[in-house]
Design a protein around this ligand. Structure first.
Ligand code: KG4
Ligand code: ZN
Length: 427
């Protein structure tokens, strides 16, 4: 089955076309074509993503991104038996709020034949609603033109399935095993879904979400706990901003923290009860380690998180100071340590309490090397499933793959009643 996945929930406009086969337990797929345009450089000056700017950019990008994906898949057939004008008129109504997208799509549909796609999978939430709507209306317009069924996909389920796939071309596996270096296999064309054994625990960490999900079986997602305020990725981004680092802050903090770990002494400072920078009281993390930053809710009995206090503590540490490069790197390491320690502690406790057999880690923050290393150490002998580093952040392949799983169960949506759901929960 050929699936065209569409992702526009945040600041990446992405389309992926996969050819998938097998049932949900034994699924393999080939990547036929995919394209992604990131808006990061446009949002960078604002230090975050502006929903209406994201919406405008998605509307501009979707047709060229789809054209590139179809071209790679050898599905761009120029033909004169193309979409008729009555259909184009109906599409104009569907894209009434995206006139620029309509103009580009109409020109495209007038010259290109229907491609051999069996289902269109589109993100309906969670995410920024104005951004989600562009992708949804685009999917509805394609359905109108090509009469292809549509699957509504939850973005977070996409992150989960991305962590569960393995490349069938493990060229670099020995290098990875011998050196611990994370190699990206994202250029592999053939992949398979590892079904895993259940119950499984999924830790979802992205710019908008921090969730622990207990999966009694594949595609079942009861929630154990979630953040009460900022998400882990949001904490990385906001703390990075306080350090004067560009958006998105996660990779920046991670880079500086790695540098600090290599070049600065380990953080063993018993007895030092005052921060060097501010003279403020330190937080006791363990017998031999005090930290400038708190580990919010690390000992709470539930599986909820709270990261907003971290940003306040960082602000107190750095406010009105001109930090040198080494001090910035030291603070980046403290921030990464604080976030990672909380995520690892709660994941480990949930894994033990529920006797899980598989751990799945998904979302943009799962690209973080320190988080990967610490989770792997803490959960041993379980080996957590992580997405390929290059596929950790938002992409459309995850939407196409999750869409395929629902399509095999014939879970199609009524395109007319599709809605953007900013706070959509996993069910
Ligand atoms: O899943 P994602 O691409 O978008 C959302 O669905 O939100 O996640 C983006 C988040 C951003 O907050 C970004 O700073 C964070 O993932 N992120 C990282 C790393 N790479 C991306 N955080 C920590 N370390 C990284 N290496
Ligand atoms: Zn995401």
């Amino acid at each position: 089955m050929n699936i065209l996945g569409i992702e526009t929930s945040c600041d990446e406009t992405a389309i992926s076309i996969i050819a998938a086969s097998g049932d949900t337990e034994h699924c393999t797929y080939d990547v036929l074509g995919e394209s992604l345009l990131s808006q990061v450089d446009i949002h960078k000056p604002y230090g975050g993503v502006y929903p209406n700017v994201a919406k405008r950019e998605h509307a501009r990008n979707l047709v060229p991104v789809m054209e590139e994906a179809l071209r790679q898949a050898n599905m761009l057939e120029e033909d004169d038996r193309t979409t008729d004008e009555a259909t184009i008129e109906r599409i104009k109504t569907i894209l009434g709020r995206e006139p620029e997208l309509f103009t580009m799509l109409a020109a495209f549909l007038r010259s290109i034949d229907k491609p051999p796609i069996d289902a269109i999978a589109v993100t309906v939430g969670p995410g920024l609603e104005p951004a989600l709507w562009v992708g949804i209306n685009f999917a509805r317009a394609l359905h109108e033109a090509w009469h292809i069924p549509v699957v509504a996909v939850n973005h977070m389920e996409g992150h989960i399935v991305m962590a569960m796939q393995k490349s069938c071309e493990r060229r670099d596996a020995s290098l990875q095993e011998n050196t611990g270096i994370q190699t990206s296999e994202s250029s592999s064309r053939r992949w398979k879904l590892e079904a895993g054994s259940y119950p499984a625990l999924a830790l979802l960490v992205s710019g908008g979400h921090t969730e622990l999900v207990l999966m009694p079986a594949l595609m079942q997602y009861p929630l154990l706990g979630q953040t009460r305020d900022d998400a882990a990725g949001e904490a990385f981004d906001k703390c990075a901003r306080l350090l004067g680092l560009p958006y998105p802050g996660g990779p920046e903090i991670s880079r500086l923290a790695a540098h600090a770990r290599q070049t600065q002494p380990p953080l063993h400072n018993p007895g030092h009860r005052k921060s060097r920078l501010t003279g403020l009281t330190m937080f006791r993390v363990s017998e031999d380690h005090d930290s400038r930053l708190p580990r919010p809710m690390i000992h709470s009995k539930d599986y909820d998180f709270s990261f907003s206090g971290l940003k306040t503590a960082v602000r107190r540490e750095v406010e009105n100071k001109a930090l040198g490069d080494d001090e910035k790197a030291a603070m980046a390491r403290e921030i990464e340590d604080a976030i990672v320690e909380v995520l690892v502690a709660k994941t480990k406790r949930a894994a033990e309490e529920y006797g899980v057999e598989t751990i799945i880690v998904g979302g943009g923050v799962s690209a973080n090397t320190h988080l990967r290393n610490e989770l792997a150490k803490a959960l041993h002998p379980l080996i957590p499933f992580f997405p390929d580093p290059a596929l950790s952040t938002d992409n459309a392949r995850m939407i196409a793959l999750a869409g395929y799983l629902h399509a095999t169960r014939e879970e199609f949506a009524d395109p007319e009643s599709l809605k953007a759901q900013g706070n959509l929960k996993l069910a």
